[in-house]
Design a protein around this ligand. Structure first.
Ligand code: SAH
Ligand code: AVI
Length: 325
């Protein structure tokens, strides 16, 4: 496994820890049932498709969280001077923009923004946009998997961790627990975690959000096969797979799958022989867990944090929890 730690000199300072993606993808395709980790959605094309999803009428998640941030930015950012604002799964950085806008120019100069994402292209694009908008903010990026490399975040300053979008819901419960325990250990007294959680709601609203009429989510889902082709040299034809997304009531999560429309045979230099997929077989590509107020307290006890505040929209569709150590 290639493990590379490097720092690049330019306008943004960088730390990266990448490698092992080929083996991870291979293990998922060899498993029964097959799966691919949702972090592989986000190459350059996938990151752009996700941005398109955030603008869809059906995908209430992003606009609801943004409305909460807009309504409460001043209060949320009070005391954030001289802090490192670490955003996990930063994506297009549009949410942090809302919070940084609440800071005055002088305070902004004291803040370091740390986007932490597996997608270097997303950080590069959004870093440029942030530079244009907030020239004075220092940017220090980390390109790595936040599940394995959270320790790469600098220890020097006081930190405000931001984990928006309900991206924590894309982890299995076991992984989310481990992540919260690790983050809680890493955080020091007085440091904060702003955690965005998409709440359990009517299944029709949930299912529409992941089955939009324009088919953008279907393209986003299928793009993971293109990423697989680039990473391990497979020959998946996305046309041979169908997007499927549904709410699993018992597990309180949306599941996304790619279902084979016919029998297909996949080749790759990484396989001994070929991979046969039968019509109707599915590759599980994403879980998107939804939360209840009980989870808010459960997460506090797992991470050793206290709930300082919790902000919700009028429908209680989304909650932004402000935890403090
Ligand atoms: N926070 C943004 C983007 C959410 S999309 C928003 O709320 O709109 C999820 C983001 O998390 C993507 O940019 C993706 O590249 C990143 N991501 C997903 N899994 C990750 C992982 N394991 N480690 C680091 N980044 C990850
Ligand atoms: C990033 N993540 C929280 C999104 C979600 O809703 O689970 C990803 C996504 N998948 C399909 N649409 C959006």
């Amino acid at each position: 496994m290639q493990h590379n730690l490097a720092t690049r000199e330019d306008d943004i300072s960088w730390k990266t820890a990448v490698g092992g993606e080929d083996q991870e993808i291979l293990a998922g395709l060899m498993a029964d049932p097959m799966y691919l980790s949702s972090k592989f959605f986000y190459d350059e094309v996938g990151s752009k498709l996700f941005e398109e999803i955030t603008r869809l009428d059906e995908y209430y998640v992003s606009r609801t969280e943004k409305s909460i941030l807009e309504a409460n930015a001043g209060e949320i950012m009070s005391g954030a001077d001289h802090a490192s604002v670490v955003e996990l799964g930063s994506g297009d950085c549009s949410k942090i923009s809302i919070l940084l806008s609440a800071l005055g120019q002088e305070t902004l100069k004291t803040v370091t923004y740390v986007p932490f994402d597996v997608s270097m292209s997303a950080i590069e694009d959004s870093g440029c946009r942030l530079r244009e908008k907030f020239g004075s903010v220092e940017i220090s990026a980390v390109v790595a998997d936040f599940m394995d490399h959270i320790h790469l975040v600098s220890q020097h300053e006081k930190r405000v961790f931001c984990f928006f979008g309900s991206t924590i819901g894309n982890q299995d419960r076991g992984h989310a627990v481990r992540f919260l325990e690790n983050l809680g250990k890493l955080m020091r007294s007085g440091e904060r975690l702003l955690l965005g959680l998409d709440m359990v709601k009517d299944r029709n609203i949930l299912e529409k959000a992941y089955n939009d009429t324009e088919g953008i989510t279907a393209r986003f889902n299928k793009n993971i096969l293109e990423v697989t082709n680039h990473t391990i040299g497979t020959d998946f034809d996305t046309e041979e797979f169908e997007h499927r997304a549904f709410f699993h009531e018992e597990k309180q999560r949306i599941e996304m799958h790619l279902v084979a429309r016919k029998d297909v045979t996949i080749t790759s230099p990484f396989f001994d022989g070929t991979l046969g997929i039968q019509k109707g077989d599915s590759i599980h590509t994403e879980n998107s867990h939804k939360f209840t107020t009980d989870h808010i307290d459960e997460m506090a006890s797992l991470s050793g944090l206290s709930v300082r505040n919790a902000y919700a929209d009028n429908n209680d569709w989304f909650t932004l929890v402000d935890y403090v150590k």
